[in-house]
Design a protein around this ligand. Sequence first.
Ligand code: SIN
Ligand code: FE2
Length: 208
Amino acid sequence: MTPDLFGTPQPPELTCLPGFANPYAAALVATALAVAARAPWRIMHTPGGRRMAAAMTNCGSLGWVSDERGYRYSAQDPQSGAPWPPLPPLFLDLAARAAAAAGFASFVPDACLINRYAPGAGMGLHQDRDEADLSAPIVSVSLGLPAVFLWGGARRTDKPLKFPLTSGDVVVWGGATRLNFHGVAPLREGDHPLTGRARLNLTLRRAS
Ligand code: SIN
Ligand code: FE2
């Protein structure tokens, strides 16, 4: 956090917290897989009908979904009609502490999108803008295989900076950069002790 002229804390544009989640990485992976046992991994489609490269599921009172009707949050898993599994206390606690470390006090997420990338999968530049409350930050946790995070600007055409992320790294953004474009470069081949040939990403957000 950098104080401005008046001493007001200013959230930075992107905070990387290397290894922040390492003490809990194995428990986070096990918990994410327990969520996926109840709300199975699925490949969602963009409103334009394209398959996404990462498999996804959600936990929390709201879950992010995408289909021909558009991008939105839903209280139910459309595949089962049941509510998403609740947000595990471990996720809530980690998100609040990472947000606080990045200068965002009292972050209470209500949605966690869980992405699973195989080698070769990535995610194109996009904005996270389906949330009702844009004052809350985004906390993104990397587990398993490494990836390169692409951190763009306010416009899609802004050239992204590249941040290598490894297992246990947490990135946080919000405030002035809450709507910045971001993405993930296609993963390189690899095998990780925690996840095998996969990277898991937890994106914790305040959606309502
Ligand atoms: C996302 O923006 O939804 C995913 C980011 C990541 O996998 O690191
Ligand atoms: Fe995103």
